[in-house]
Write a protein that binds this ligand. Structure first.
Ligand code: PLP
Length: 389
């Protein structure tokens, strides 16, 4: 099999072997229901509590019971948003940003259709959050402010602590989708004053299909999934013991990587890749805020070519990345993130996101730097967007 050069870690990561190993016994030997009275199942309760503690430590939660296990970050985002509007039924205004993941955008769209007033806070050309706009639109009628910690496409980090302060000054709940921040930069819910936070294991070498919603003690909360008493009545459904063990282990390993300088090495490789591209290919520009990004991400626009074509050619060499365009009903639309940043059309269409991980090697970066320039040259020769003289 051809070697895969995997530079799409913001889409998902490989589940770490240590994580798989920790999970395995809970599928077969130790399969008991954690809510059972008998010891065989009941022992799994302790295992769940241990994982809850690992995740709480990882994001610096004050209490372990502030961690609610969910099936994914999409569930966590939906739960947070619908909880806030149901907990404050008299409030009819909600705020998000223009560059969120669909797991936040879609619940907001739904609530707008049900009569809620919605404000989407914009970003500047570097993808930086417009704090002034937030201060202008927020009022005492705002139930929730939901703003991501780091952007999935550009890696740009938002001023979470400042946003939380503004939300609280107006009595609003502050929720953050921290899926693209967790594991890449330190995340401290107490220091930043976050009320609710979503995260997903598969973005930091844990399994797919398990997420967390952090809910600070004292936050008014109503469950989304109702049924059993699990998670202290906050999320019904038999506990997914193997995946909970997996997210706990993944959190522990990610915390080590943040402490031992691994993520700095990832940033150095990302910078090497970015510099190499800028030095060898004309008409390219980096999207996002190079001064304030997560360490693994670079989003680069190659002018006058289509991102999908670049990806297809990279694929020939086993190189996996992703593009900022979405093909909708036959028309190629640049992503909502790049549109919000007002990236010019001829650049937005040729945007590629490279997202590295601790598994990325120097050889991976060298291969991209060797293969990419001729790909772009070739595509520009046949491109319908080719620069007109
Ligand atoms: N939020 C952000 C910012 C994401 O990048 C993703 C996944 O791409 C999600 C939410 C959804 O995560 P999950 O796959 O766990 O539902």
């Amino acid at each position: 099999m051809k070697k895969v050069v995997y530079l799409d870690n913001n889409a998902t990561t490989q589940c770490a072997p240590e994580v798989v190993e920790a999970m395995l016994p809970y599928f077969s030997e130790k399969y008991g229901n954690a809510s059972s009275m008998h010891n065989f199942g009941g022992e799994n309760r302790r295992v769940i509590d241990a994982a809850r503690h690992q995740v709480a430590q990882f994001i610096h939660a004050q209490y372990d019971d502030e961690i609610i296990f969910t099936s994914c970050a999409s569930e966590s985002d939906n739960t947070a948003i619908f909880s806030a509007v149901r907990a404050f039924p008299h409030k009819k205004h909600i705020i998000t940003s223009a560059v969120e993941h669909p797991a936040v955008m879609e619940p907001f769209r739904y609530l707008e259709s049900r009569g809620y007033r919605v404000d989407h806070i914009g970003v500047d050309e570097k993808g930086r959050f417009n704090m002034t706009q937030l201060k202008e639109v927020i009022d005492e009628d705002t139930a929730i402010v939901s703003i991501m910690w780091a952007n999935s496409e550009t890696g740009t980090i938002f001023p979470i602590e400042e946003i939380a302060k503004v939300a609280h000054a107006h009595g609003a709940i502050f929720h953050t989708d921290a899926v693209q921040a967790v594991g890449k930069i330190p995340v401290d819910v107490q220091k930043t004053g976050v009320d609710m936070l979503s995260l997903s294991a598969h973005k930091f070498h844990g399994p797919k299909g398990i997420g967390v919603l952090y809910v600070k003690r004292g936050t008014r909360f109503l469950p989304y999934l109702m049924g059993g008493h699990q998670e202290k009545h906050r999320r019904a459904g038999t506990e997914n013991v193997p995946y909970i063990v997996g997210i706990g282990k993944a959190a522990e390993l990610a915390q080590k990587r943040l402490a031992d300088g691994t993520m700095k090495k990832v940033a150095a490789l990302r910078d090497e890749l970015e510099k190499g591209i800028l030095a060898t290919i004309p008409d390219v520009k980096v999207n996002g805020d190079p001064a304030n990004r997560v360490p693994n991400t670079t989003n680069i626009s190659f002018g006058y070519v289509e991102g999908e074509s670049i990806l297809m050619f990279l694929n020939e060499f086993g190189i996996c990345a992703s593009s900022g365009s979405a093909c909708t009903s036959g028309s190629l639309e640049p992503s909502h993130v790049l549109r919000a940043m007002k990236v010019p059309f001829e650049f937005a269409h040729g945007s590629i996101r490279f997202s590295l991980s601790d598994q990325t090697t120097k050889e991976d970066v060298s291969l991209v730097l060797k293969e990419l320039p001729p790909i772009i040259e070739r595509l520009r020769k046949i491109s319908p967007f080719s620069k007109m003289a």
